[in-house]
Write a protein that binds this ligand. Structure first.
Ligand SMILES: NC(=O)C1=CN([C@@H]2O[C@H](COP(=O)(O)OP(=O)(O)OC[C@H]3O[C@@H](n4cnc5c(N)ncnc54)[C@H](OP(=O)(O)O)[C@@H]3O)[C@@H](O)[C@H]2O)C=CC1
Ligand SMILES: O=C(O)C1=NCCCC1
Length: 358
C-alpha cells in the first residue's frame, strides 16, 4: 500500500485564502441542503468527570467536480488555554472511496477555524438585508473563533465608518469641532479644524478640502476584559503590517459593545444568555457560533423574535434540542437560501445563523 500522505498545520495555513474557503463552504452548504453530501450525525464522546469531548464527523461527497470520503476527528478541551494549546484541535482523514484505504491525514485545526468563520460570512451574505449597512461589527468572545471571525469579516465586508474632515482656515473657533449626520450610507462627521492663514500648505491641502477619514468599527467584548484588549491590540498590529490601519475597540460593557452593531458574532461557550433582545438594533444579523449541550449565548426573546437559519437541520435537531425545547424555531438551512429554493429573510427582520459545525 502507498504511504499515507501527511499534511501539517503549517502547510495547510499557507494554502488557505478567504475567497477560496468562503466559496468552498458555500458550495458545501448547498451540497448538504441538496443531500448530495452524506453528512451523518456526528458522534460525541464526552470524557467522564471532565468537560472534554471527542467528536467524530464522517462524510461523503460525490459531485460533478469531486468525490471524497473522509472523517474529521475533533477534540474540544476547554481548559487547554492553561496549557497554551487551542481548545479545539482537529485532524482530517481521507480514504480512497473504491478501496477504503487511508490515503491522507491532514491537520484540521486551521481548517476548522477558517471553515467556521467562512460559514458565518456566507450566512451573513445570504441572510442580511442587501440594502443595509455594514458599519459596526461586534464580536462576543476573544478566543480562536473571535479572532478568525474578525479577520474573515474584515476581508469580506470591510466594516468601516467614513467621516470627513473639512479644512477651515478662516474661522477661529472656541471649540474646534461640531458634527452633523447625513442620511446616506456614510455618517458625515464634520470636524472643523482651524488652521493658520499663514500655513505653508506643505501637505497640499487647501481650505475647504474635504478629507476622508476611515475608522474601523469593530467592537469586541470578552468575559475576561484583558483578553479582549489583547486581541484588539493584536488585530490592530496585524492590520498595520498589512498597511491598513484599523482600530478594534475592547468593551467592558456588553450592551455598549453590541447596541449599535449591524452584525454580531457570538463565539463563547456561555450557558447563560449574554445577548439580550432589548439591546439589539432592528435588522441586526447575528451569527451564534458557540455550541455545546447547554450553550445558549442569546436570550429566548432574541431567538423567538428572529428568523433563525442553521447549517445542518438533522444535526441541529439532534444536538440543539435544548434550544428547540425552549421554543426556538429553525426555519431552514443556509444552503437552501444560497441555491435559491428558500427566499432570503425580508428586510428589517432580526436574523440569526445558528452555527453547529461540520
Ligand atoms: N459552530 C461551529 O462550527 C464551531 C463552534 N465552536 C464553538 O465556538 C466556541 C468558541 O470556540 P473557540 O474560540 O475555539 O474557544 P476558545 O477557548 O479559544 O475561546 C473561548 C471563548 O469563550 C469565552 N467563554 C467561555 N466560557 C464562557 C462563559 N461561561 N461565559 C462567557 N464567555 C465564556 C472565553 O472567555 P475567557 O477568555 O474569559 O475565558 C473565550 O472568549 C465554543 O463554544 C466552540 O464549541 C468552535 C468551532 C466550530
Ligand atoms: O469542527 C466543528 O464543526 C466543531 N463544532 C463544534 C465544536 C467543536 C468543533
Amino acid at each position: 500500500m502507498a504511504a499515507i500522505k501527511q499534511i501539517t498545520r503549517e502547510a495547510i495555513a499557507k494554502i488557505l485564502d478567504w475567497n477560496s474557503v468562503i466559496s468552498a463552504v458555500e458550495e458545501a452548504m448547498v451540497n448538504v441542503s441538496e443531500r448530495r453530501a452524506v453528512q451523518n450525525l456526528r458522534s460525541i464522546t464526552a470524557i467522564p468527570k471532565t468537560d472534554n469531548i471527542l467528536f467524530a464527523m464522517p462524510g461523503y461527497l460525490n459531485t460533478d467536480k469531486s468525490t471524497a470520503l473522509g472523517c474529521k476527528l475533533v477534540t474540544l478541551f476547554p481548559n487547554n488555554a492553561q496549557r497554551n494549546l487551542p481548545s479545539i484541535l482537529a485532524n482530517i482523514l481521507l480514504f480512497n472511496e473504491n478501496t477504503g484505504v487511508l490515503e491522507v491525514i491532514m491537520d484540521g485545526t486551521e481548517i476548522t477555524a477558517w471553515r467556521t468563520a467562512a460559514a458565518s460570512v456566507a450566512a451573513t451574505k445570504y441572510m442580511r438585508d442587501v440594502n443595509s449597512q455594514y458599519k459596526t461589527l461586534a464580536i462576543v468572545g476573544a478566543g480562536t473563533q473571535a479572532k478568525i471571525h474578525a479577520i474573515a469579516f474584515q476581508h469580506q465586508f470591510k466594516f468601516v465608518k467614513v467621516s470627513y474632515n473639512i479644512i477651515w482656515d478662516f474661522i477661529t473657533l472656541a471649540s474646534n469641532s461640531c458634527s452633523s449626520s447625513s442620511s446616506g450610507d456614510e455618517e458625515l462627521v464634520i470636524n472643523m479644524v482651524p488652521i493658520s492663514t499663514n500655513s505653508t500648505r506643505k501637505n497640499k491641502r487647501h481650505a475647504g478640502d474635504i478629507v476622508p477619514n476611515y475608522s474601523e468599527e469593530v467592537h469586541i467584548w470578552n468575559r475576561t476584559y484583558k483578553k479582549g484588549e489583547i486581541l484588539c491590540e493584536e488585530l490592530h498590529r496585524q492590520s498595520k503590517i498589512q498597511g491598513t490601519t484599523k482600530e478594534y475597540t475592547p468593551f467592558q460593557n456588553l450592551e455598549e459593545c453590541i447596541k449599535d452593531a449591524d452584525v454580531i458574532i457570538t463565539t463563547t461557550s456561555s450557558p447563560i444568555p449574554l445577548v439580550q433582545y432589548k439591546w439589539l438594533k432592528p435588522g441586526v444579523h447575528i451569527n451564534a457560533v458557540g455550541v455545546g449541550e447547554a450553550v445558549m449565548e442569546l436570550d429566548e426573546e432574541t431567538y423567538k423574535s428572529s428568523v433563525v437559519f442553521i447549517d445542518h437541520l438533522a444535526g441541529v435537531e439532534h444536538e440543539l434540542r435544548h434550544l428547540a425545547e425552549k421554543g426556538v424555531v429553525f426555519q431552514g438551512e443556509i444552503g437552501s437560501i444560497i441555491n435559491g429554493t428558500t427566499p432570503r429573510p425580508s428586510s428589517g427582520q432580526i436574523t440569526i445563523f445558528q452555527s453547529l459545525g461540520t
